[in-house]
Structure formats: structure tokens, C-alpha cells
Design a protein around this ligand. Structure first.
Ligand SMILES: Nc1nc2c(ncn2[C@@H]2O[C@H](COP(=O)(O)OP(=O)(O)O)[C@@H](O)[C@H]2O)c(=O)[nH]1
Ligand SMILES: [Mg+2]
Length: 381
């Protein structure tokens, strides 16, 4: 769900990469992670099975400076595509501002593509959102495969509305950033039309052109860091908080709650630093809590992870002022249902991997909301 800090002219938006299992969603996010300058993104967090299938979600925060003089924080999520993970997909889709549908171009995947698109439509409708009015772009992924269907055939089957679509190869990265720029543009336009995002200031910054060309230029400059090495980063990175590598590979995990997937181990993006998004988002005072929670997750100690998240969540919410947890959550636009579930998990005696993942997810949300609200105030940070 978008949130806006008018004083800082900062907009936080949530974009979800949706599509059938194995269509290339996680690969797409990894490519974005590799492409965006480190100063403009946090750590990528993946919660996957040993076979690298997305178990809960992938998450990557990206910051785009001065898009028509607003700073845009993108929270990028992927969903697990496997049919039986619909509850997780619904959860991740909650509050999304836009979707990138990653379709698999192979003919044998057409049924899965259609099913996933219908599932997206249904899950959005449950939130009272109609897909045809929702910011959406499509990636025709795996274009490198010789068996790939023609774009015309894919469009006819999957994109009758004619939303912006892109030929992509998530593994090499071709087209991926174009799709991300397009969805960012659509989301900002949508939020602007809903009067959620302030219009551009009347006087543009020196040297900047006005209008859509400017938006394009800003997105290009800030999203594709390595493509323009001559351009220095326009922002100072957040206070340095490089995540220490989480040591040895974690032990095998208990069986999964949902069927059909073998025992899991937390994922590895590079084989060294699989986690870190929660601490990347944490206010200084809660950084250690977030690290403890991530460390416990990586070690398979889900009870400790949940307790650390719960404690950090309480402390984080308290930054909104005195009052009940519910009142603090309300002030920060944190979902009360999520918080209640986190508290329930904290009171349980046994915990599963998805419980701990959920706890980290709620904590990330709280940190994002705090950040948007400008809390804690800079003097105490
Ligand atoms: N040839 C090819 N393989 C791809 C492409 N994108 C993803 N893959 C492969 O497809 C498999 C599933 O990718 P993944 O990103 O995990 O899919 P997800 O389930 O949608 O997250 C992996 O083996 C990827 O390497 C692509 O553009 N071309
Ligand atoms: Mg995946």
C-alpha cells in the first residue's frame, strides 16, 4: 500500500511480481538487485526451498531519487507461483500498488500463464480491486528459448487489454529494467490521479526537463546504475549498515506446512548473504533486534526469531507515541490483523518456517511505515 510523507515528498509503493511457478519472477528480482546501484537498494531477502523455489516471497527495497522531485521507495515482492500457495500470494498481494505479470513464453506454459492471470484477477477482486483498472505491465519472459511463442500469440492470449508489455530474459536481464520503469511510471501516474502523490512542483529543478520525459530520465538514471557509470550517485547512501555475512549454511529445516515441497533451508542469493532486508530497513535502535531475528531465522531457531520480531515490533510501534499497540499500529497504518497474528505466534510453543517468515515480514512493514512517517526523528537516529 502506498504511503506518502508530504514533508519529505517521499512516496513508498509496493510492486508485486506475479506469475506461474518457474516463470522467472525471482530471477527478475535478482537482476534488479544486481543492476541497481547499491546506494539505491537494500539487501534482497529470499525465502526459498533448497531447490530454489520461492516459499514465501522475495523482497527487495529500491530507492529512486527525485522522480518529478519526489523520492520513490519501491518495495518489490515476488509471490510463490505454485498453485497451492494461494494463501501466501493473497498475503503478499495485499496493499500492492502495481503488478508485473511475468509470463513464461513457452507453449507448454500457456495454461499455467492463463491460470495465474485468472488467479491474480480473483485475488485482487477479493481486495475490491479490478485488474483492468489496476497498474499492470507484462514481461514475456524466457525469450531466449527457441520454443518461445511469438509475442503476437502471447498478447492475444494474455494481454487483450494491451497493457505495456516487454520481451525479457530474466537470466541475462534483457528488458527487465524497462518493465520495472514502466510499472513505476504507471503506479506513480495512478497515485497522482488518485491525488495520493503530490503533483510536481511548479519550478522544476535546474536543468531538468518537465513532463513525462523527465520522469523517464529520472527513472533511467536512478534505476540502472551500472549502465551509466559516468553518472555519480545523486544521493548519499543511508548510514552504512553493511550486513555481516550470516555464517555457515543453516541446518536442515522441519517439514513444510504445505504439501509437495521437501524440507527447506533458507535460501542463498550469492551463497553468502541470504538475508538482511529487515535489518536494512531497521531504525538504528532496532538494528540489533532485526539482525538477531534474521540470524535466528537462518539458524532455524524460529521461536527466537519470532520473539525478536515481536519485541522489535513493540519497540518500533512505541516510536509512534504512547498508547495501546492497536492505537500505535493504527497511527502508523500497520495492519492490525497482521499484528494480532504476530502476537498469537509469539504465544505459541512450536513454530514453523512460515511463522518466522511472517514475523520478519510484519517487522519489515513496521520499519517501512516508521521510515515513511519520519520516525524516529533524525536527532535520535
Ligand atoms: N532460459 C531462460 N531461463 C530462465 C529465464 N528466467 C528464468 N529462467 C529460469 O527458470 C527457472 C525458474 O526461475 P525463477 O526465477 O526461480 O522462477 P519463479 O518461480 O518465477 O521465481 C530458473 O531455472 C531460471 O534460471 C529466462 O529468461 N530464460
Ligand atoms: Mg520464485
Amino acid at each position: 500500500m502506498s504511503s506518502v510523507n508530504l514533508v519529505a515528498r517521499e512516496v513508498a509503493v509496493k510492486i508485486v511480481f506475479y506469475g506461474p511457478g518457474l516463470s522467472g519472477k525471482t530471477s527478475t528480482l535478482r537482476k534488479v538487485f544486481e543492476t541497481v546501484r547499491p546506494a539505491h537498494r537494500g539487501e534482497m531477502m529470499s525465502i526459498a526451498t533448497e531447490g530454489d523455489r520461492t516459499l514465501f516471497f522475495d523482497f527487495l527495497p529500491v530507492k529512486v531519487e527525485r522522480v518529478n522531485d519526489c523520492t520513490v521507495r519501491l518495495a518489490l515482492y515476488t509471490v510463490p507461483g505454485q498453485v497451492f500457495y494461494n494463501a501466501t500470494r493473497k498475503l503478499v498481494l495485499q496493499g500492492a500498488d502495481g503488478v508485473v505479470f511475468v509470463a513464461d513464453s513457452q507453449p507448454e506454459m500457456m495454461d499455467a500463464n492463463r491460470e495465474s492471470l485468472a488467479n491474480l484477477e480473483e485475488n485482487l477482486l477479493e481486495q475490491g480491486i479490478r485488474l483492468e483498472r489496476f497498474p499492470l505491465v507484462v514481461q514475456w519472459n524466457k525469450r531466449d528459448l527457441p520454443s518461445a511463442l511469438s509475442v503476437e500469440a502471447l498478447r492475444e492470449a494474455l494481454n487483450p487489454r494491451g497493457v505495456p508489455d516487454f520481451e525479457t530474459e530474466a537470466v541475462s536481464g534483457r528488458g527487465v529494467m524497462d518493465a520495472l520503469k514502466a510499472i513505476t511510471r504507471l503506479v506513480i501516474q495512478d497515485l497522482r490521479a488518485k491525488k495520493i502523490v503530490p503533483p510536481p512542483r511548479v519550478v522544476p529543478p535546474p536543468g531538468a526537463a518537465s513532463g513525462r520525459g523527465n520522469l523517464e530520465a529520472q527513472l533511467s538514471q536512478h534505476l540502472v546504475g551500472r549502465a551509466s557509470p559516468a553518472t555519480p550517485p545523486a544521493m548519499a547512501p543511508r548510514p552504512s549498515r553493511s550486513m555481516p555475512a550470516i555464517g555457515a549454511p543453516p541446518p536442515a529445516q522441519p517439514p513444510l506446512p504445505e504439501p509437495g515441497v521437501p524440507a527447506t533451508a533458507p535460501p542463498s542469493l550469492t551463497g553468502q548473504r541470504p538475508l538482511g532486508a529487515t535489518s536494512a530497513l531497521a531504525p538504528s535502535d532496532l538494528f540489533d533486534h532485526a539482525r538477531a531475528a534474521e540470524g535466528a531465522f537462518a539458524a532455524g531457531d524460529y521461536a527466537t526469531c519470532i520473539q525478536a520480531c515481536l519485541d522489535a515490533a513493540r519497540r518500533g510501534l512505541a516510536l509512534a507515541g504512547e498508547g495501546s499497540l492497536a492505537a500505535q499500529a493504527y497511527l502508523l497504518h500497520v495492519d492490525g490483523g497482521d499484528l494480532l497474528k504476530l502476537q498469537t505466534l509469539g504465544a505459541r510453543s512450536s513454530h514453523r518456517v512460515d511463522d518466522a517468515a511472517f514475523a520478519l515480514y510484519v517487522l519489515m512493514h513496521i520499519f517501512t511505515r516508521l521510515h515513511t512517517a519520519g520516525l524516529p526523528a533524525p536527532a535520535t537516529e
